[in-house]
Design a protein around this ligand. Sequence first.
Ligand code: FE2
Ligand code: FE2
Length: 500
Amino acid sequence: MIDRRTDPDDCALAAASGAPAETACATGRDDLVNRLGPLFVHYLFSAGKTVHIHDLTNHAVEVALSRLQKTLRELGETEGRVTVAVSTDLLSINDARIVVDAQSMGPVLYLINEMKKRKVEEIDFSPEVTVAELGSFLQIFFSEPSEVDVFGELTRKLSDAGVAGIRLSEWIERAKYLRDAKVNKQEVREESNRVMSRAIMFMGEVMLAMEQRRPIQLHKASRITQQIADIIRTDESILVGLASIKDYDEYTFSHSVNVSVLSMLIADRMGLHKSDTAQIGIAALLHDVGKTQIPQTILNKPDSLTAEEWQLMERHPMLGVLELSRTRSLRTIADSLFVSLQHHLLYNGKGYPVKPTPWELHPFNHIITIADIFDAMTTPRVYRQQTLTPDRALRLIARKSGEMFDPLVAKVFIRTMGVYPVGTVVKLDTGEHAVVTRQNEHSRLMHRPVVALLREDGLPGDKVDVAELAGGGSTYRRTIVESVHDRHYEAQKANLFIMK
Ligand SMILES: [Fe+2]
Ligand SMILES: [Fe+2]
């Protein structure tokens, strides 16, 4: 009933790459989704109908709900979370598309229709969800959809009812920003925050899936990167600002998300097609997954690593390839496999893993390496207290262009980020401190961005344009003197970009 997503080529590639014995191909993991997926949809459909007619104490309801929960648990044993997703007119469970036949047509079409009516793109079930939660969820989900803010109303009701094990994702009209010439700034701000938290949450799920040797749900990654691509084509300032805030989440999660945002930004400004930009975003999200196989004691060691520890650390690119090869469709993830393997290899061929003959580097790699190193240089870690301010990191990239970094990519990155990237804390000639919030639209005024003044009392100050002239004359009202290390201003800076 379900389309087999793992084709023979993928299995051959998995075997050739030395994938672990328990890959999707070897275990028949897909068979389980093939078998139980349609059943799960059917039970969801019938339990929804039953709950609509009877109350939750009714015997028929109890039977329908426990049948649904049992199937969910069974699927969850090998899959982890179970996600029902709609894309155009298809329904899928954990990346496996449900092929509609005479028997499943009714439930599948019904579910697609009901999800669309409520602007829901994904229903994401934790395998630990209780029967009571399932009951409340179905009651709320299948009740008459509200006329205004249907999705918001639904999520509010679910939260009020204490349904914590089931998450909904909103249906996003693709490229809505591109169509709408007069974009509402607040909307971009909200969407930037939403997509960053989704991306961080996704990275959490990826790491957990890796630890539990379960497949990654790739459609979630592509959904996130498509949303990032939409925002980047409208106004990237908030996203870059959010990426500049350090220490607000677990390092590997936020690092991977930051690298993804910055890589996609470069790809877009280089004029790459939107689908390539989204693929780069996915590869960047997954570039460090091999680190899940490195002990935390090594990853977070404050002192320098011993020779043996380094040897292990240098294996994370290859370990990433092995981890990613458990994914359902290797064809979709081919670019990510290359990037995982090569992301510590530089333009001049130096880096690791070492190979007797020079590597032919994947084109995405040149982009992701710059984003990766930029984020690492600007983020403090237990073993790297000394970080660079974003503008200094950019200058270093410019200096190493053509040696460590592809010159064209480096040029685009520097042009895009400006002299003082969004999120940089600067000192002005007036003695004030400020955070860069937006680049100047004119390239000759790259060093004069829009900034938010930082007040001594910690409250957000006014936004001022550093390109503003004093009293209509020919001198500037303010000029940036230098960038400063921003630890002291981190909370204030976060307030500017993060919505509470
Ligand atoms: Fe890495
Ligand atoms: Fe990295």
